[in-house]
Design a protein around this ligand. Structure first.
Ligand code: DER
Length: 233
């Protein structure tokens, strides 16, 4: 279908444009990055590339292992050449909302460890301003013991609603790969995202936000017509 082929086109273009032999690669989480790993495995096999992969979640780790790619971590490989990851939404400055899959903490750490952070997404994520298409809010990873005061502080300082993310295939709240909860902050107006990110990060109990500000330098969007739109900032 259109969305899946858009994801695949973006993922393949990013891997073809940015992966070179001996590269250390951060592997993101979500459904779009599955295509990127597929293409990476194809190229490694076909071209005999030596590529080392660092995951951003249990899901990403499974992708690396199941595709027989070389698995590493940030202790062994603290500096990466490129990180490739999806996004829930990007604005025209490539400020991102990430964490739809609840993996924002390790994703941000891995993206920050890379010389180049490349975003891959389908056309539904390509917005002018945040909130235009993505309505589920900004995921915020919090310590379980602190989620209630964090919720109250966010709503009183910034407005909107901070909703504790409930699991679907498990009773109770979603527990992240790091043992934390996720609050989805559904904002009700636009903000200075750099400022807001810092404000939220300062609240005791907040571990990480799904706001990626000034991190991504290039994004590939698979469009409805099958083309791939490249956005550099
Ligand atoms: O949870 C995440 O941060 C994912 O990368 C998400 O932002 C993109 O997931 P998708 O590729 O399945 O849309």
């Amino acid at each position: 279908d259109k969305v899946e082929s858009a994801k695949k086109a973006a993922a393949f273009r990013a891997v073809d444009n940015h992966i070179k032999d001996a590269h250390r690669v951060g592997i993101g989480s979500g459904s779009t990055v599955v295509y990127a790993v597929e293409r990476l495995a194809q190229r490694v096999h076909k071209e005999g590339l030596k590529v080392t992969c660092v995951p951003t979640s249990f899901q990403a780790r499974q992708l690396i292992v199941n595709n027989n790619l070389i698995l590493s971590d940030l202790e062994i490989t603290p500096q990466l050449d490129v990180a490739i990851d999806g996004a829930d939404e990007a604005d025209n400055k490539l400020t991102l909302i990430k964490g739809g899959g609840g993996c924002q903490l390790q994703e941000k750490i891995v993206a920050a460890a890379a010389n180049l952070f490349v975003v891959i997404a389908d056309y539904r994520k390509n917005s002018r301003v945040l909130g235009e298409q993505w309505t589920k809010g900004v995921p915020i990873e919090v310590l379980p013991m602190a989620y209630r005061p964090v919720q109250m502080k966010i709503e009183s300082k910034l407005g909107g609603k901070a909703i504790l993310r409930q699991a679907k295939a498990k009773a109770g709240p979603v527990v992240t790969d790091n043992g934390n909860f996720v609050l989805d902050w559904v904002f009700d107006r636009t903000h200075d995202w750099q400022q807001v990110n810092q404000e939220i990060m300062m609240i005791p109990g907040v571990v990480e936000t799904g706001l990626f500000v000034n991190m991504a330098k290039i994004a590939y969007f698979g469009m409805e017509d099958g083309t791939v739109k490249e956005l550099q900032v």
